[in-house]
Design a protein around this ligand. Structure first.
Ligand code: SF4
Length: 248
């Protein structure tokens, strides 16, 4: 069995929440069971952004901020055949890029950022996407979450990017409660057993997006219902059309 590190010595490690109330983490056995259940139902989870290279993933992730993966995929299906390298994207320029992405929210600022980041990749990184968080975060439009996604998904690093879905799941279940995404990320990094880290981002994001939904979690079909500490569970019946394939 893979050895976990930095496990808490007891089950009542406390953190501060926005309400300044102490919230205990789940204990190590429950944490492991949560990941085992998610893995059992979806052994090879994949993100929903379409890409074939680290550069395409980087651009798609920058474009996906405050937008749906579907809207990004529709745009990049036409964009990437024309510009799938920093040099080709830079040659397109802001004016050439804009028509491809104008169905995506915040497209003006994203067009500016994508062209600027291509210039930096060409000028400072030999046209390659760097495998280093600091270097990634120095690129225009790339924050910690995007850097973590690229490191994890493109390069297989054991980073766990925390988005709104993961933030919600970690607080509801108490897998890694925290007042902001950085605190949740720190706890996930510290307490997630190594064997689950490479896929933890995808398992948690898919769980939050399709089952532990913001307004009405689908607790009636939740594979970790008996392990979850959330007090506001919803047990309304779930129609078949809302059931993701990996829950059946
Ligand atoms: S039981 Fe409900 S609240 Fe808890 S993780 Fe599952 S869907 Fe979310």
């Amino acid at each position: 069995m893979t050895k976990t590190h930095h496990e808490p010595r007891h089950t009542h490690a406390h953190v501060r929440t926005p309400l300044a109330v102490s919230v205990p983490l789940v204990n190590p056995a429950k944490r492991r069971a949560i990941f085992e259940r998610l893995r059992e139902r979806n052994p090879n989870p994949r993100g929903e952004l379409e890409y074939t290279t680290p550069f395409e993933l980087l651009v798609a992730t920058v474009l996906s901020a405050q937008a749906t993966d579907r809207s990004v995929n529709l745009a990049t299906a036409k964009l990437f055949p024309v510009a799938n390298t920093p040099a080709k994207m830079r040659a397109l320029g802001e004016a050439g890029l804009t028509p491809y992405i104008q169905t995506i929210g915040l497209y003006r600022v994203k067009a500016k950022n994508v062209i600027a980041l291509c210039e930096m990749l060409l000028d400072e990184h030999g046209g390659e996407v760097p495998r280093d968080r600091e270097a990634l975060m120095s690129l225009p439009g790339v924050g910690r979450k995007t850097a973590n996604v690229v490191l994890n998904v493109a390069f297989g690093a054991p980073t766990i990017a925390v988005d709104t879905h993961i933030f919600r799941v970690c607080n509801r279940t108490r897998l890694a409660p925290g007042a902001d995404p950085d605190k949740v990320e720190q706890k996930l990094e510290k307490f997630t057993p190594d064997e689950f880290k490479p896929n933890a981002h995808h398992w948690l994001i898919l769980h939050g997006r399709y089952i532990c939904q913001a307004r009405k979690p689908l607790c009636a079909i939740c594979p970790i219902v008996d392990l979850c500490e959330f007090r506001g569970k919803n047990f309304d019946p779930v129609p078949d059309r809302l059931r993701p394939p990996w829950t059946t």
